[in-house]
Design a protein around this ligand. Sequence first.
Ligand code: LCS
Length: 393
Amino acid sequence: METKNLGFDTKLIHAGAFEDQFGSATVPIYQTSTFRFKNADHGAACFAGEDDGYIYTRINNPTIDSLENLVAELENGYRGVACSSGMGAVNTIYMALLGQGAHMISTAAVYGPSRVVMEKHYSRFGVEATYLDTCEPENIRKAIRPDTKMIFIETPANPTMDITDLEAVVKIAKEHNLITVCDNTFSSPYLQKPLDFGFDVVFHSITKFLNGHADIVGGIIVTREKELYDILRPMMVILGCNMDPHQAYLVIRGLKTLSIRMDRSQENAIKVADYLEKHPKVKWVRYPGLKSHPQYELAQKQMDGPGGMISFELKGGLEAGKVLMNSVKLAMLAVSLGGVETLIQHPASMTHSKMDKQSRLNSGITDGLVRFSVGIENIEDILNDLDQGLAQI
Ligand code: LCS
């Protein structure tokens, strides 16, 4: 069925699906590593690209194809490249689009490993990156050098909730012929579609909101045009960071409820952010739906909702944060985010611990910052849990 002109929620249920010989209502799991060719000429034609038959699951697989087509439609893009993890997507992008002598400009507060792998490893191969506050687009313009190839942003950023102006980034990139990449993990295409603003590439840790059930790790890249897809796809294949068919099946299943999960998570998050902002033990709260967020207006402009992620700092700093994390009972003390269950974690000692302290502080990741991923449980239970936890401080 042609789904291109249908609504977002309808696409979640029907896009990417295909008819199999038995009329299966869901996309079957093609749990196979390889595919039988009809004969020697067919095998040769598949490898030559003259026949679109399946070859080998690292290269292509019907279940994974289905997920790639589905997410590409959600992001209004050309096609998707599914990866074994969000970091698989990050590395596919870096490896495919940068090279020796290339320079990249990126958000200082990107997910820790996206930065660590660049500064620690790509630097060994002559790739350079400048990390800066991309909330101020002029900072990007000033950092552009003759060898700059790419602007890689994350918005809202993990865990500071800093928001970068998508339209402004594209404008600058066009003036200098730079590739634009956006990590859209925190919003999902339900709340933000960077390709619609002119971004070239969008990607996700699919582990998070897209899958939504904390049961797989995965990533996906979507390009706006065929040209970059044709560069990224072979790189994923040769790096070998492909998704597994069973993983793809679970994500297709999880995606069906993306809008209703995001709606509930967001509805809860608005109440949690409000509660925290009024609490006497809380120093500050960063949530795009609060008027106190420094880019509140921008969030209203480019996002269709503030999402389910909140960062906050307690007046008692890290020690108070530890008491809270050890006291909550419903909120699970765990990394990751975007699932149906509420999670709490401490970036400085967990997700961003491999970044050096000064870079962390420069990126706004203070030692006392606590990150809260709001699930879809009953709001009263989430608030009661926070209330009793904060009372222990
Ligand atoms: N981008 C963002 C914004 C992320 O939050 C993560 C993972 C990744 C990329 C990498 O994806 P992965 O390879 O883990 O699928 N974020 C995590 C976090 O905040 N806690 O644990 C993982």
